[in-house]
Design a protein around this ligand. Structure first.
Ligand SMILES: C[S@@+](CC[C@H](N)C(=O)[O-])C[C@H]1O[C@@H](n2cnc3c(N)ncnc32)[C@H](O)[C@@H]1O
Length: 271
């Protein structure tokens, strides 16, 4: 209980202070990770059809918008940062609309219709949004019955900010992943953006069970999951041991959950 109270005391903040750095770093079309891994995996899960609508929650500079528009779907991006929304409009106004909004209170935003979206997505944003339960409940409210929620995040079991990393086992000539902390939710200040000059954001680590419980509590049923390795990205520069480790230990976790129309079938899920 103590840990969850601590997590609830923190609350997510806009990325305004690092907006220029972040938008420059990912670029107009997204970083290599976005283009080669994250966006294709998210689109694969969400299976958009022409004419459908998608809400991109924590959209930042809007790198998902062109792919959604290319699928013939209607795109709405929301983010707490007015600066990132301004950049998104500058780069991608032709692909959809962008709205400044708090992901944990979407039902209060004029122009966003509750139950009005076929799909919603958190693309590398849910781990920067707090509290988790409110963000998931808010996303669920915006979906129509049977609507899909897709979540793409760094894998919470292996990529715990500041509490995990690569190690080298000399005897076995083996690259391994160490995880120092996992079950305790953490609000981790991320201060190394732009050489530490531009600002601080927070990343929120939660164990996998917290995501499953939050989805269940909001009437969302997980029906698909992908664990995505990042190794293919820099293969040419890696040693054999590094390649093996990168191929085995996933970088991203992608989940799809469907909005249930009736009451929960199973009760008693616990954190
Ligand atoms: C790592 S960035 C990801 C942005 C974008 N999805 C991408 O992949 O480039 C995380 C984003 O979450 C946004 N964010 C954090 N808390 C938020 C909240 N409560 N409501 C809306 N957006 C939030 C930040 O402003 C930031 O743009």
């Amino acid at each position: 209980m103590r840990n969850h109270r601590n997590e609830r005391r923190a609350s997510s903040r806009s990325w305004d202070a690092v907006a220029g750095w972040y938008a420059g770093w990912v670029g107009k079309d997204g970083s290599r990770h976005h283009r080669l891994l994250a966006i294709p995996a998210l689109l694969d899960l969400v299976q958009l059809r022409a004419g459908e609508s998608l809400l991109d929650i924590g959209c930042g500079p809007g790198v998902l918008a062109p792919a959604v528009a290319a699928a013939g779907a209607r795109y709405t991006g929301v983010d707490l940062s007015p600066k990132l929304i301004a950049i998104a409009r500058r780069h991608h106004a032709g692909s959809g609309r962008f709205v400044v909004a708090d992901a944990t209170r979407l039902a209060e935003v004029p122009g966003l219709e509750t139950g009005g979206f076929d799909a919603a997505a958190f693309l590398l944003s849910l781990q920067d949004i707090d509290p988790l339960d409110a963000a998931i409940a808010s996303a669920a409210l915006m979906l129509r019955p049977s609507g899909r929620l897709a979540i793409l995040m760094t894998h919470p079991c292996f990529r715990v900010p500041r509490q995990s990393g690569w190690g080298w086992d000399e005897k076995r000539a083996l690259r391994f992943r160490r995880v120092d902390r996992y079950l305790t939710p953490l609000a981790v200040p991320m201060q190394d953006y732009g050489g530490g000059r531009s600002g601080t954001t927070r990343s929120y680590h939660r164990p996998l069970s917290a995501y499953a419980a939050a989805l269940h509590a909001s009437g969302l049923v997980i029906d698909a999951m992908q664990e995505i390795a990042g190794g293919g990205m820099n293969g040419a520069h890696l040693s054999k041991a590094e390649r093996l480790a990168e191929a085995e230990i996933p970088l991203f976790l992608a989940l799809r959950a469907i909005k249930r129309s009736g009451a929960p079938v199973v009760t008693g899920w616990r954190r």
